[in-house]
Design a binder for this molecule. Structure first.
Ligand SMILES: Cc1ncc(COP(=O)(O)O)c(C=O)c1O
Length: 389
């Protein structure tokens, strides 16, 4: 279909002219970290997210690690298994035990009813994840967290620019941790933001990102170097300027994908949580292989041959990954929606400078593969057995 591969995602960078003066300034002063650009970026992010504090960190991964550490959490954390691996790793790095609960099969985010049922005296927090940019039901989760007097946190790595109940994602729960890595809406190269209205938590995360040292060399706790450099903050500032325009463009591409692909049998889309507005960060389809005529994995392989780069987000889900092999038996048959979505979802190319023509091309590739599904299956069967029958 394409002579050059359509990437799953590409960072959309600002014009070089938009950042060059700031870089020249940094190069002339030598202030490469802990300077004015980070401060300005944090202030602007706080305003954008509607929170009192936005703490810049080196990644969402380190932001999650520091947030759990700074809160002094101990025990079990209720979390979806259907998420990117780092959500769970950050718990493990803090000695916290994940208690995986199922997702809603339509919205693909954590199901509050399952959260309620999973609470035990050892539960120390609830951790929601705004999967593919779709906001969690933060109000219902907050109500549960309040009733049990435990913190509510969000891995909002994919959530920058999404909204729920007319408020930006970033301001829900005790803290939300956003990612600024290249596949996201606001890109600083690598980077993250810990967003919170809790001044003490923000203070502790700031100390944590500087080794746990408040400047006295008498460390408060075991921190790390998780600072965001000035070079990254400059890029983040320019990228934030483009966020709303980029989200609007992505949502237009979402509509285009949906309007074309809904005509095919056996393709479903993630339902947006009622009251939510997504940011368009990832566009995924869920395949009913009986009706579509190809399995998710067959479609994945066939699209690769058409030079369309896709991802099987999130397969395997956390409870089935090797790193969690010791936990797997207890979840057998317990997370049916997670297993089903993980086995059947496919994330299609989406980035802020993707063109309508590219989306149409991806749709046409899928339409053609569906039309020729028998031939595709036959050839794949031949390839799998290594023969030329
Ligand atoms: C849900 C989730 N959590 C955590 C991360 C890690 O973010 P970072 O790469 O900024 O460390 C990602 C990255 O894609 C993610 O999607």
């Amino acid at each position: 279909m394409f002579s050059e591969t359509v990437s799953i995602s590409r960072a959309t960078l600002p014009e070089f002219d938009a950042v060059v003066d700031s870089y020249r300034d940094i190069f002339s002063t030598g202030m490469v970290t802990n300077g004015k650009y980070l401060k300005e970026f944090e202030e602007r992010m706080a305003r954008y997210l509607g929170v009192a504090h936005a703490v810049g960190v080196s990644s969402a991964s380190t932001g999650l690690l520091l947030t759990f550490k700074a809160l002094g959490l101990k025990g079990e954390v209720i979390v979806p298994s259907f998420t990117f691996s780092m959500t769970g790793h950050a718990l493990a790095w803090n000695g916290l035990r994940p208690v995986f609960v199922d997702i809603d099969p339509e919205t693909c985010v954590i199901d509050p009813e399952k959260v309620e049922k999973a609470i035990t005296p050892d539960t120390c927090a609830i951790l929601g994840v705004h999967i593919w940019g779709n906001p969690c039901q933060a109000d219902r989760l907050q109500e549960i967290a309040d009733r049990h007097n435990i913190p509510l946190l969000f891995d909002a790595a994919q959530g920058t620019g999404s909204r729920y109940l007319e408020r930006p994602v970033g301001g829900f729960g005790n803290a939300e941790v956003l990612s600024l890595s290249p596949t996201k809406l606001v890109v600083s190269g690598e980077g993250g933001i810990v967003a919170t209205n809790d001044a003490e938590l923000a203070r502790r995360v700031r100390i944590g990102r500087a080794y746990g040292d408040d400047g006295s060399y008498d460390c408060l706790y075991e921190g790390m170097n998780a600072r965001m450099s000035e070079l990254h903050a400059v890029l983040g500032l320019a990228s934030l300027e483009m966020a709303d325009k980029n989200i609007a463009h992505r949502l237009k591409l979402f509509d285009l994908y949906r309007s074309r692909l809904r005509k095919l049998p056996g393709i479903q889309f993630q339902k947006i949580t009622p009251g939510g507005v997504p940011n368009g960060v990832y566009f995924s389809i869920i395949i009913d292989s009986e009706r579509f005529g190809l399995t998710r994995d067959q479609l994945y392989e066939a699209l690769k041959a058409e030079h369309v780069d896709t991802r099987r987000y999130y397969h395997p889900p956390m409870h089935r990954q090797s790193v969690n092999a010791h936990l797997a038996p207890q979840y057998e048959g317990k997370l049916p929606n997670t297993d089903k979505i993980a086995a059947n979802s496919l994330t299609l190319p989406m980035f802020s400078h993707m063109t309508e023509e590219q989306v149409k091309g991806v749709c046409q590739a899928i339409e053609r593969l569906h039309a020729h599904r028998e031939e595709v299956r036959k050839r794949m069967g031949a390839a799998a057995t290594g023969g030329h029958r």
